[in-house]
Design a binder for this molecule. Sequence first.
Ligand SMILES: [Zn+2]
Length: 129
Amino acid sequence: MAQYTSICSNCGGTEIGNYYQHLIKGDLLWSGHANCKSCGSNIEFDGVGDLPDELKPAILAEEGEWQLVLDDQNDIVPALHVLRQRKQVSLKDARAVLNDLKDTKTTLAWIQDGLRQVKINSTLVRCSS
Ligand SMILES: [Zn+2]
């Protein structure tokens, strides 16, 4: 769970939002709600797939940044195909992404799940800083 504040579109007051990432039966989802203390407006939102980039910093600040490392570097070619599918990147970009695959733990667990389906083992490592 991560929290952020934004401006209420209804009254201009301060809105407190909470959001979460979920991994449910192999599907990556996210959801959240924002509540305005001034006017009481309550908005719920959710989505399928990876969390929007603007919502990631708060989760990274809270859970830390994680990195996915392949257990066996010989798996790199099939791993690139999984990555291309999950991260919506070109095969060319997938290689660069895989070399430095850092993200939220939940997003990486979802990629790890895709890798597992093609029998590739990987490890999630918490980045030190
Ligand atoms: Zn409001």
